[in-house]
Design a protein around this ligand. Structure first.
Ligand SMILES: *[C@@H]1O[C@H](CO)[C@@H](O)[C@H](O)[C@H]1NC(C)=O
Ligand SMILES: *[C@@H]1O[C@H](CO)[C@@H](O)[C@H](O)[C@H]1NC(C)=O
Length: 220
């Protein structure tokens, strides 16, 4: 589709720098961390965007974080799994790229992994895409609504006061997406798990935003 002519143009006419960037991400893994109550496997929240991404950049794998995603909201095992997956991957192939995706409790598990990924592991993660994040922290540049706008820049998630949120060093390669009124990431306009919190998987603007962001971060 769109990708084919772009790839051809890159191969024949791109500056060397751009070719290097592409080559560096020829192999990538999306680490997909689902939300509370979703069965082990990929989150429904990223299904459409990941299908788009994999169709446009071959060579991508998806790793579904293994953890309970239980109602007790203890996502520590998920965080450990995300960290280990990146570290192992970088050790076995230093040129491998990673994208971290998290929905709801899975977003919290992902945010808590960030400060544990430093040096080569930090560099290997090209992008972080979060939806319905309970650790959504007011004021960050990476806070966007589902259309990529800044209308919800200054709202907080339900657990934002408890734990740190996205570390400064990560803000530039993160989108922390919140739909207006989702009571998990936007406690100013919503309360708890409501219809808006369950909207991401079927929301075209969210899926478009995620597709474009990840393709861009992977250097496509
Ligand atoms: C967010 O807060 C900052 C600092 O107080 C302010 O400059 C900005 O206009 C606010 N943005 C929105 C969308 O509320
Ligand atoms: C984020 O990007 C901006 C603009 O490109 C840059 O000025 C800033 O230093 C970056 N911040 C970090 C922590 O890398």
């Amino acid at each position: 589709m769109l990708f084919v002519p772009i790839l051809a143009a890159t191969v024949y006419a791109a500056p060397v720098e751009q070719l290097d960037k592409r080559a560096a991400c020829s192999s990538y893994t999306i680490i997909n961390t689902r939300g509370t109550g979703e069965i082990q496997g990929p989150s429904t929240g990223f299904r459409t965007m990941n299908r788009n991404i994999q169709a446009q950049i071959p060579g991508g794998k998806i790793y579904n974080t293994v953890y309970a995603a239980g109602f007790d909201q203890n996502s520590a095992l998920g965080t450990t799994g995300i960290v280990n997956q990146v570290k192992k991957g970088v050790q076995s192939n230093p040129n491998q790229c990673f994208i971290l995706e998290g929905y709801s409790q899975g977003a919290a598990a992902t945010v808590n992994a960030l400060s544990k990924l430093t040096g080569a592991n930090f560099d290997a993660v090209k992008g972080v895409f979060l939806i319905g994040d309970p650790l959504h922290k007011r004021g960050l540049k990476c806070n966007v609504d589902n259309k990529g706008g800044s209308t919800l820049k200054n709202v907080s998630g339900v657990s934002a006061a408890l734990i740190g949120g996205i570390p400064d060093a990560w803000v530039n390669k993160t989108l922390d997406v919140c739909i207006y009124g989702d009571g998990v990431c936007d406690t100013t306009h919503g309360f708890g798990v409501n219809a808006q919190h369950l909207q991401y998987s079927g929301d075209a603007p969210t899926q478009d935003l995620g597709t474009k962001f990840v393709l861009q971060q992977l250097g496509a």
